[in-house]
Design a protein around this ligand. Structure first.
Ligand code: ADP
Ligand code: MG
Length: 391
């Protein structure tokens, strides 16, 4: 699913805040820009116009937005469902009409309809997919999972894919892939105004799997809070140039990782089967819910899952209130050899863990595919007894 771009037209801060949350909390990722049309010229897909105040200025706002973004879905939100106001809004160019406060489900259904329409009318290029990996704690294996998944995505899909390292200070993504980068994510966010296909090509390093790498920052205090808006824009720009965008978001929730979570089609929360990791995962899931980044997009990944489990997977699922999407075995020798040599697991020969990456990625690329050997199910472990025998 592509990320949609939302725009809110209102003078009222309370309205803006609530609509921002509503747009970002649905199952479809929506990036919200402010009233100026985005710097990169991206036209909005959804424009939400405040019709709660003066009707005539609201109507001219709708008309103005209809002219500026002829293909956008315009959502009008008014205090009451006054038939005259509905008619006027529709005539001015609105596609949907809601009363304040909009019912969450009705609003999300309208977003879904719009996304479906957009996909069916978009040209041949399928929409980009953004996959974000974040860890329940440092050392959980977020970079290991992100990097190996990214390589598999590039290798198996044969489509364009990029991995981006969000860690402040020296990130490890490039190191894991045996790459010495000349440029970093900071060069991208500091040059957004000229970040076209050619410039981006200069900044990334191509891995032999076909994956592009945008290396982590080389400054200890960046990316920081001041960079969040630029990163949000960068994530959006990348969806125009790549089919898959994989983000190693580390294990700290800050404004840049939040921007990544909002952009994510799927967020992979990486945890280990131990008490600190599960407790942190619980807290992070709670935080993600508070942020309004939709729970439907979260996938829990259990890394270093090996018998005897300090906490059984079923217990982890009930503690988290979320199914485990995939488990990766513990294999320090294989993982650390791959890491130290800068060769991803799938290119380093056969191993159980490489098979799991293959299975995980095939399912990611085609959720309907039958993947032999995959220890996974739609419902997670709770509905699957077979799982215990696999480890
Ligand atoms: N499945 C695994 N089995 C054994 N060791 C692992 C596994 N996944 C990661 N590791 C090891 O754990 C350490 C931390 O991994 P890393 O991916 O850097 O974690 P994070 O990015 O969450 O900090 C590394 O030494 C790595 O080799
Ligand atoms: Mg890491």
């Amino acid at each position: 699913m592509a990320q949609l771009v939302g725009l809110i037209v209102s003078e009222n801060e309370g309205f803006k805040k609530q609509v921002d949350r509503l747009l970002r909390s649905g199952p479809i990722p929506v990036g919200v820009t402010d009233e100026r049309i985005a710097r990169d010229g991206t036209a909005p897909d959804i424009v939400v116009v405040d019709v709660c105040g003066d009707a005539s200025s609201a109507m001219s706002n709708i008309e103005r937005m209809r002219g500026a973004a002829p293909h956008a879905g315009i959502f009008a939100i008014a205090q009451t469902a006054d038939p005259d106001l509905i008619l006027q809004s529709m005539r001015a160019g609105a596609n949907e009409f809601f009363t304040w406060p909009p019912i969450e489900e009705t609003f999300q259904n309208a977003v879904r309809r719009l996304a479906a329409r957009r996909e069916s009318t978009q040209g041949a290029r399928p929409p980009a997919t953004t996959l974000v990996f974040f860890g329940s704690k440092g050392g959980a294996g977020t970079t290991t999972l992100g990097v190996n998944c990214a390589v598999e995505v590039a290798r198996l899909s044969k489509r364009s894919a990029i991995i981006l390292d969000l860690k402040p200070g020296l990130g490890e993504v490039a190191l894991f892939l045996g790459i010495r980068p000349r440029f970093t994510v900071l060069d991208a966010v500091d040059n957004l105004h000229r970040l076209d296909r050619e410039f981006l090509k200069e900044l990334v390093v191509k891995h032999k799997s076909g994956l592009d790498i945008l290396a982590g920052s080389d400054q200890f205090d960046r990316p920081g809070a001041q960079d969040a808006g630029a990163f949000e824009e960068l994530f959006r720009l990348l969806t125009r140039q790549y089919d898959y965008i994989i983000i190693d978001a580390g294990s700290q929730i800050n404004s840049c990782t939040v921007a990544a979570l909002y952009a994510a089609d799927q967020m992979f929360l990486v945890a280990n089967p131990d008490v600190p990791s599960v407790r942190n995962a619980q807290r992070l899931l709670e935080r993600v819910r508070q942020l309004g980044a939709c729970g439907e997009r979260v996938r829990v990944m259990l890394n270093r899952a090996a018998e005897p489990f300090p906490i059984p997977p079923k217990q982890i699922e009930s503690a988290l209130g979320h199914p485990i999407h995939h488990m990766f075995p513990s294999d320090y020798k294989t993982v650390s050899t791959a890491m130290n040599s800068g060769v991803p697991l799938s290119l380093a020969g056969n191993s159980d863990i490489a098979t799991q990456f293959d299975a995980f990625t095939r399912r990611l690329l085609d959720p309907t595919a039958e993947v032999p050997g995959a220890a996974i199910t739609k419902k997670g472990l709770l509905g699957l007894d077979r799982i215990a025998s696999l480890w």
